[in-house]
Design a protein around this ligand. Structure first.
Ligand SMILES: Cc1ncc(COP(=O)(O)O)c(C=O)c1O
Length: 443
């Protein structure tokens, strides 16, 4: 069978170099599947026996040689696939609906679709991106508790029925614009220790859920279940356990008119980097599975789904950013400041906002004569905003103008939050995929 290469360039690695081979663009295979956008993405097929770090070193060397300095991502699709497989092993009863908001790179969405998973979308644009992979709208959940009317009408046109609500106003809007929707009440329940708790803004308590369910039933809406999200970056499976138990109470609220509910959506929040939770992923999942089996045993017929975002993509993507300048102590600084080609308004918003300590490796432009000394520095982005500062007092190997920094675990909420302020471009993406997984990203 002909090997379907979805890439515009193929690299055959020969020692210390690689040769791009141009491939003709392929025809579209279906009405829905859109071609990958090669202006923002370059796909590199990793041949058997070739090490990914050698490809990355080649790409960096080429950039250094050509004096290019704009940031770029390296996205490892094999890592995304491994996360999906791990999910299927550890959460066998829980359908995976990837949260598109976390990283909507077309390559990731295709892997998710090809692996048989679904999507959590929050807007018309996210619907379009998810549907462009060719999945039917029945594999989408519209997880926005307050939907703009025009976006809701778009969902209706595409028969995207499964959605959430947490207010009477939203129920009336659904009744008016999309009476055939299948609705889940969003519960306010969360892990207070999560990096971004959700319960401040989203969801309702159980008493309010009871009242809203009454309204939904009166309006004749099809109430299919309960949804919750314990918060982004949860570190405590106990939060899910309690929310599952609370959801059971809502399932038991069936009034005279209410039909039995049949869907439980346990949201996102699953850790992207396990060092933060100090346990393995199977250990994180075990108590959640136990709670699901206790409150929603398989014989209950309840379909269980989740909307992980960062779990799937955090470790898959690294950011490569260059040091475009150094302002040193000799320039009157308290400590040396490295100015990078990416910052708060690019991929690094979360690092700056949540004071995260990035995991950094330095790739020197010129091989150093000796082991670089450790220094304490401030890292800043390239814009003219004084807020564009990532970290201070940050301990890392000494770097110089022209060197490249590799920031690991940059797959979640990076591309999506970048604004391009001051005209600095969004980093392009180099997608790495091993030859065996090529068929997962068809054109
Ligand atoms: C409704 C909903 N589902 C899923 C997610 C994904 O969360 P996470 O990336 O923490 O898994 C979010 C994140 O904001 C969300 O709001």
């Amino acid at each position: 069978m002909e090997n379907k290469l979805p890439c515009n360039r193929k690299y055959r690695l020969i020692p210390n170099s690689y040769v791009p081979v141009m491939l003709r663009p392929r025809k579209r295979q279906s009405d829905q599947l859109r071609p990958l956008n090669y202006r923002t993405m370059e796909v590199v097929v990793v041949e058997e026996g070739v090490k990914k770090q050698d490809i990355v070193a080649d790409i960096l060397n080429e950039r250094i040689r050509r004096r290019l300095d704009e940031s770029f991502y390296v996205l490892d699709l094999d890592d995304v696939l491994e996360k999906i497989n791990q999910w299927k092993r550890c959460m066998p009863r829980v359908g995976l609906f990837y949260a598109v908001k976390c990283n909507s790179s077309a390559a990731i969405l295709r892997v998710v679709a090809a692996a048989g998973c679904g999507f959590d979308v929050a807007s018309k644009s996210e619907m379009q991106k998810a549907l462009s992979t060719g999945v039917p709208s029945s594999r989408l959940v519209y997880s926005n508790t307050c939907k703009a009317a025009s976006h809701l009408v778009h969902a209706r046109r595409h028969a995207l029925r499964l959605t959430v609500f947490d207010s009477e106003d939203e129920l009336r809007k659904l009744h008016r614009l999309f009476p055939g929707a299948q609705v889940m009440v969003r519960l306010r329940y969360g892990d207070p220790a999560a990096a971004i708790p959700m319960s401040g803004r989203f969801g309702v308590d159980t008493a309010t859920a009871r009242r809203l369910l009454g309204v939904a039933w009166q309006l004749g809406l099809e109430v299919v279940g309960v949804a919750f999200h314990v918060g982004c970056g949860s570190s405590d499976p106990a939060a899910y356990v309690q929310a599952v138990a609370e959801s059971r109470k809502v399932f038991d609220m069936r009034g005279e008119v209410g039909k039995p509910m049949r869907v439980l959506d346990i949201g996102g929040g699953f850790p992207g980097v396990l060092s933060k939770v100090a346990m393995s992923f199977p250990e994180f999942c075990a108590p959640i599975n136990k709670a699901l089996d206790e409150h929603f045993p398989p014989e209950s017929g309840v379909e269980i789904m989740a909307e992980p975002g960062q779990y799937l993509v955090t470790t898959a993507q690294s950011l490569f950013t260059s040091v475009i300048g150094v302002k040193s102590e000799a320039d009157g600084q308290e400590q040396d400041t490295y100015i990078l080609s990416d910052g708060l308004y690019g991929a690094c918003r979360d690092i700056a906002t949540f004071h995260l300590q990035p995991t950094i490796r330095v790739h020197p432009a010129h091989p150093p004569a000796s082991e670089p000394k450790k220094v304490k520095v401030t890292l800043c982005g390239p814009t003219c905003d004084s807020l564009d500062k990532l970290v201070s007092d940050f301990s890392m190997p000494e770097a110089h103008t022209g060197d490249w920094l590799e920031l690991r675990n940059m797959g979640a909420y990076t591309n999506e939050l970048a604004s391009g302020f001051n005209g600095f471009p969004q980093p392009k993406t180099v997608v790495l995929v091993s030859k065996g997984h090529l068929s997962l990203i068809p054109t």
